[in-house]
Design a protein around this ligand. Structure first.
Ligand SMILES: Cc1ncc(COP(=O)(O)O)c(C=O)c1O
Length: 495
């Protein structure tokens, strides 16, 4: 009977024409045989001389491969007694390894939390066109590229530790100062730079807050319909979500206190419906937090983009009892690719938040923080906001006009006072998720309201973004939407 070592000689196939050196091929094939169980531990390998003559390779090829396998624990040589397969790998592997845990249907998660994260994640389109109806797409042409390039250039050559190192977990001091001045100005707060922690956007803030403030099993109140990625941050920590309805006054606090620990709200402009929370509701929510010892996460992400009417005071500013955390982001007011945002925190939460934030995600790129600090301090953000408001108001008007002219039989859309999208309420009974998919398959990207729901049944609607399309292109863009809709309808009628 052939020994395993003998079989080794017949199992090896070295390709002299391949780019990979012969010793590497030998190393890989021997390793494969050991890990696969073809060469059990204790197997004595043929001598170097035998291998040289059988395989027709040089001695140095054999010795190099053996030395590497020995260093990795696959082989062991006994002085004067040859080379053996070591037990390190082969004895540990079970004869029949169990299969890996199954992946979820959508492909990449094995835990229950990961599975729910994947299953509930929104369909995010990534249009390659610079213009689309995606609700979070900002105007590429309005991005202050020259100023941003100049500010990045100003700091890119710096080699001081504050720029080259990991950076302060709270964020660059200059940026914290600039942000506190900015939010005090545009949002009427009275916060100090010490209450600001810089984040890589609102999503990081939600993830950090969910770890810091909640245990698995704690109930979280979320708006229904509401921001999808925000609620997934809480859900993925194992927190059950309880959807609260939204009416003309904003999110409705629960009639009965049910022990929820945290409420995530968008008072400035309810996302996605667009209503501003009324003063009475604001008072009710603060009372809810105080009565329950609960937290309120106030997602204030694009409140600066208001076209009409005045801002109402933030929940953060209205709550002296410090139950509110305000989350801000530069994603919609400047660009989501910069990945910068901030949290305004009650004083006693600043250190825990900064620590958790740097463990979970590390501070954002310090170079970008430095550029943003100057962008704010030099007043460029105010100028950019003024230009953006004017531009987006005109784009909204053009969109509503084009929808009214070309799609009145499909949907109705009313003007909004703030934000980057209008709600297009469908007249028909179509499922909005199906419509959005049908349009996206034809290169027209919107978001369906159906994906924003938690449990509540809602009328069909599409979120139609206006910021990403030039006013003068709006008639053609809406024309493409109308044509795509007709084509989708024809193809679904045939099915
Ligand atoms: C309601 C809401 N909050 C926050 C954000 C911003 O998230 P981020 O700062 O992580 O880009 C968005 C972006 O789409 C949003 O719609």
């Amino acid at each position: 009977m052939k020994s395993a070592g003998g079989r080794l000689l017949t199992g090896l196939e070295l390709d002299r024409a391949a780019d990979r050196p012969l010793h590497q091929q030998l190393h890989e094939q021997l390793k494969g045989q050991i890990l696969g169980g073809a060469l059990p531990s204790g197997t004595r390998l043929p001598s170097t001389r035998t291998l040289v003559s059988e395989l027709g390779v040089s001695r140095i090829t054999i010795v190099t491969a053996f030395e590497q396998l020995t260093a990795e624990g696959f082989l062991r040589s006994r002085a004067g007694d040859g080379t053996y397969v070591d037990s390190l790998w082969s004895d540990r592997a079970p004869a029949r390894p169990l299969p890996r845990p199954p992946l979820s249907e959508r492909g990449a998660a094995t835990s229950a939390r990961g599975t729910s994260l994947f299953t509930d994640a929104p369909h995010s389109w990534a249009p390659s066109e610079t213009e689309s109806f995606v609700a979070s797409q900002v105007a590429a042409s309005a991005f202050p590229a020259a100023a941003w390039k100049r500010l990045l250039g100003r700091h890119a050559g710096r080699t001081d530790q504050s720029l080259i190192g990991y950076g302060d977990p709270h964020g660059l001091r200059a940026l914290r100062e600039a942000i506190s001045e900015y939010v005090n100005d545009v949002r009427g707060l009275d916060c100090t730079p010490d209450q600001v922690v810089v984040t890589s956007g609102a999503q990081q803030a939600f993830n950090v807050l969910s770890v810091l403030l909640l245990d698995a099993g704690d109930t979280v109140l979320v708006e229904d319909p509401g921001h999808i990625s925000g609620r997934l941050a809480f859900q993925s920590q194992g927190c059950p979500l309880h959807g609260v309805p939204v009416d003309d006054d904003g999110a409705v606090p629960p009639a009965v206190d049910d022990g929820a620990r945290l409420a995530c709200l968008t008072p400035a402009r309810q996302h996605p419906l667009g209503v501003a929370m009324s003063p009475v509701r604001r008072a009710e929510w603060i009372a809810w937090a105080q009565r329950n010892g609960g937290w309120i996460v106030e997602d204030d992400c694009d409140s600066e983009l208001r076209y009409r009417g005045k801002h109402l005071p933030t929940l953060f500013g209205l709550d002296p009892s410090r139950h509110v955390i305000m989350v801000g982001s530069f994603s919609k007011v400047l660009s989501p690719s910069i990945r910068l945002g901030y949290c305004i925190l009650p004083e006693d939460l600043v250190e825990p938040f900064a620590t958790a934030s740097s463990v979970i995600g590390r501070p954002p790129a310090v170079l970008f923080q430095a550029a943003m600090a100057d962008f704010l301090a030099e007043g460029q953000m105010h100028a950019h906001l003024r230009r953006s408001r004017k531009l987006y108001a005109a784009r909204q008007e053009a969109l509503l006009e084009a929808l009214g002219q070309q799609l009145p039989y499909r949907l109705h859309a009313a003007p909004v006072d703030s934000g980057l999208h209008v709600m297009g309420w469908l007249h028909g009974a179509e499922d909005d998720v199906e419509v959005a998919r049908g349009l996206a398959a034809r290169g027209v990207y919107t978001y369906p309201l159906g994906e924003y729901r938690v449990t509540r049944r809602l009328p069909s609607a599409l979120l139609i973004g206006f910021a990403g399309t030039a006013a003068e292109h709006m008639p053609q863009a809406v024309g493409r939407m109308a044509a795509a809709w007709d084509a989708w309808e024809r193809s679904s009628a045939r099915r």
